[in-house]
Design a protein around this ligand. Structure first.
Ligand SMILES: Cc1cc2nc3c(=O)[nH]c(=O)nc-3n(C[C@H](O)[C@H](O)[C@H](O)COP(=O)(O)OP(=O)(O)OC[C@H]3O[C@@H](n4cnc5c(N)ncnc54)[C@H](O)[C@@H]3O)c2cc1C
Length: 560
């Protein structure tokens, strides 16, 4: 039979027959199952499947194979079948064995496996099948073959078809694209009106939209674009992790809550294919999936959403705060939470952008640093945050190279920090240098291309980690002067507010801005930790302060 292939390798005969039985019984209708005791045989089969253009959805391998280790074998799978999910098979309690524990930690940290899998025990083993079906769902989503995927058909990859894909991406809605003159495109167009203007969007319920506007598309996909009414207890601007968390807690505490966003859900988090440091997801979770689940959670708790609406203005009107919107006259609230986040400056080297999370990281190295033990690591940036990241990484890495465009560290870094960087034996500084390329064989970064700006001379260097600390710009330009910000535009709150900026006798609440009743949470806030978990934490904290705020400045509740 044809169909995507599931491969399992284990030299333990009993385990191999349990794998054959469990995989065969549940999945043989839709997948081809290949089980073998030999790593060499598995590799040969994986190579020939790759040559024949066959799709492999999942590879499972025991760790202690006679010819090699499972993690070594799975590390090679990425090169042959980049979309295949990879699970390291271990016996129950195997994590307590130091060598197996180290193999799991090391393989996860270097992206050789997606997660570990307990070998199946007696049938039916629902724990085993839960892991396998999660892998297969992730694989189907990556391959855009999961159910309920929206199809976009266009004449070219760019232009309006690209914009529509961007809208769907920003709403965290699974979608796929094909060209109108491809086999798939012709098949899809055959079932639609021949005169329809491209690009076409075909929804899972069969509805077809011809060249829709962004709002029409979001609306048709079930994302609300208009606030249902105009008076709320709480308006949250931004539906990234901070805004979604505030929405979950705000709605669950009984506040009538509206979330507005100029795009869709998830904010920057949707650009992360695998968030590994968010509590409760040991195998990591894609930013899009996390956003989707948080949105559903806020929605079932009663929060309202209005997407494709940019907040343009914020002002007080009597006892309400008014937020003007790009596609609506505006909404009023007793309190507003600003969760508008920030944009990170991007490196703009496509081959390195594609390795985001696979050796290339935007932001500080707090959670990835231990995985850099003994390796060559690079930090790009010349400001204090880059210096601090280099010093932190130097505690783990064999050598850290700080790459700085400027000709002197003094241009962007405090004197004390520059001295510490220069005095640390395993930190090297390369001034007047930029990063112009790089990549990795097995789906993980293994080299970078550096260019000396003065001579334009290029050099390829080995590298296992690259941390990009090249600056962020908060989305706060639209706010009135009444909302105090620091020099870089991040919103000042609570104890950080300069005394003259605060207009009331009572003290500001911890996340309150200089405009009473307006709070800020997440990346847009001065001093926040730029991480998903911190944004989520601040979003929930902001709701706790609302209780105090409403008690301190009693105002009538919103008209429901
Ligand atoms: C490539 C990448 C990878 C990352 N990986 C990780 C990771 O692995 N782990 C981790 O912890 N963190 C990671 N981060 C950082 C993390 O994504 C952010 O810290 C987090 O998303 C901040 O959440 P936020 O809600 O404060 O802001 P954002 O996520 O930036 O959301 C802000 C939202 O506000 C909306 N908005 C802005 N202005 C307006 C306006 N005027 N009107 C209406 N809406 C507006 C935007 O459209 C956006 O949806 C990553 C960041 C990037 C860029």
């Amino acid at each position: 039979m044809s169909g995507p292939v599931l491969v399992a390798v284990d030299d333990d005969r009993e385990c191999l027959s349990a794998l054959e039985r469990e995989l065969g019984d549940r999945y043989s209708r839709d997948y081809r199952i290949v089980c073998t005791p030999s790593a060499d045989d598995a590799l040969a089969k994986l190579e020939s499947l790759a040559e024949e253009g066959e799709e492999v959805a999942l590879v499972l391998a025991g760790q202690w194979l006679p010819e090699t280790t499972g993690s070594e074998l799975l590390g090679q799978v990425r090169r042959l079948h980049p979309h295949a999910k990879r699970g390291l098979l271990i016996t129950w309690g195997g994590w307590g064995d130091p060598a197996t524990g180290e193999a799991i930690f090391d393989s996860m940290a270097h992206g050789r496996i997606d997660y570990y899998v307990l070998r199946p025990s007696g049938s039916p083993d629902e724990i085993f099948h839960q892991t396998i079906s999660s892998f297969l769902l992730e694989w189907a989503r990556d391959r855009r073959v999961a159910p309920h995927t929206i199809r976009v058909v266009g004449e070219v990859w760019s232009g309006r078809a690209y914009e529509l894909r961007e809208v769907l991406g920003r709403c965290a809605i699974p979608h796929s694209f094909c060209l109108a003159d491809s086999d798939e495109g012709r098949g899809l167009l055959a079932g639609t009106d021949s005169g329809s203007k491209l690009p076409l969007v075909i929804l899972p319920n069969g509805k077809v939209l011809a060249d829709p506007t962004n709002s029409e598309l979001a609306h048709a996909a079930g994302a609300s674009v208009d606030p249902e009414h105009s008076d709320f207890d709480l308006v949250i601007v931004g539906s990234g992790p901070a805004g979604l968390s505030a929405a979950v807690y705000g709605a669950s505490e009984g506040f009538s809550t509206l979330v507005i966003d100029e795009g869709g859900i998830g904010g920057q988090a949707t650009s992360s294919s695998l968030i590994r440091n968010y509590l409760g997801f040991p195998g990591g979770i894609s930013g899009g999936r996390l956003a989707e689940q948080a949105y559903e959670q806020a929605w079932v708790l009663g929060a309202k959403f209005a997407f494709m609406q940019q907040a343009l203005e914020l002002r007080r009107e009597d006892d309400r705060i008014c937020v003007s919107l790009s596609g609506h006259s505006g909404v009023h609230a007793r309190a507003v939470i600003l969760a508008t986040g920030a944009s990170y400056r991007r490196l703009g080297v496509p081959e390195l952008e594609a390795m985001n999370g696979a050796g290339v990281f935007y932001g500080g190295p707090a959670s990835e640093a231990p995985a850099m033990a003994g390796h060559e690591v690079y930090v790009l940036g010349g400001a204090n945050s880059a210096g601090q990241a280099a010093l932190h990484l130097a505690r783990f890495a064999r050598r850290v190279t700080l790459v700085v465009r400027a000709e002197s560290l003094a241009v962007g870094m405090s004197h004390y920090l520059a001295r510490e960087v220069q005095a640390t034996p395993n930190v090297e500084v390369r001034l007047g240098t930029e990063i112009t390329g790089g990549g990795g064989e097995d789906g993980w970064l293994d080299h970078l291309v550096l260019r000396e700006r003065a001579s334009a001379q290029e050099e390829t260097v080995p590298a296992v980690g690259l941390f990009l600390m090249i600056g962020a710009r908060p989305h706060t330009d639209w706010l009135p002067a009444e909302v105090s910000r620091d020099q870089r535009g991040f919103i000042l709150t609570g104890a950080d507010l300069p005394a003259p900026a605060w207009p009331l006798e009572r003290s500001p609440f911890a996340l309150e801005t200089s405009m009473p009743g307006v709070l800020a949470a997440g990346d847009a806030r001065h001093g926040s930790v730029k991480r998903v978990a911190s944004a989520v934490g601040e979003g929930s904290m902001a709701i706790q302060f609302l209780h105090g705020l409403f008690a301190a400045d009693p105002l009538p509740a919103a008209q429901r």
